[in-house]
Ligand binder design. Structure first.
Ligand code: HEC
Length: 84
């Protein structure tokens, strides 16, 4: 029972944060360390916004297809990550 309530809370907050998604939040659904590299892994690999955006555009993974063409989202995510 406790578990169910905890799950419900996680879900509600999950959807709420998706609705207000900005910056890296838009990426975090996939970039969670399971499906693809999480925030820390991306920060460890890329030192500049340009490098990160270039890698995102170069990604051959079909899951990145929708993101790749959205330069504004990539830039917002880079800024959110603190990359310059
Ligand atoms: C629908 C899921 C999904 C979303 C949303 C998504 N990505 Fe990805 N992304 C992936 C997957 C899967 C990969 C391939 C991971 C791998 O190669 O290990 C990837 C790869 C990348 C890479 C290349 C990583 C590398 O090591 O070369 C970058 C950079 C990246 N994504 C940035 C972003 C950013 C920034 C956003 C948000 C604007 C975003 N992604 C949104 C799924 C997603």
């Amino acid at each position: 029972m406790k578990k169910t309530i905890a799950m419900a809370i996680v879900l509600v907050f999950g959807f709420a944060s998706m609705a207000m998604a900005g910056g890296f939040d838009k990426c975090a659904a996939c970039h969670n360390g399971k499906t693809s590299p999480d925030k820390a892994a991306i920060l460890a690999k890329f030192k500049t916004a340009d490098a990160m955006i270039k890698a995102a555009k170069d990604s051959k993974n079909p899951m990145m297809a929708a993101v790749k063409t959205n330069e504004a989202d990539l830039k917002a995510a880079a800024a959110d990550l603190g990359l310059k």
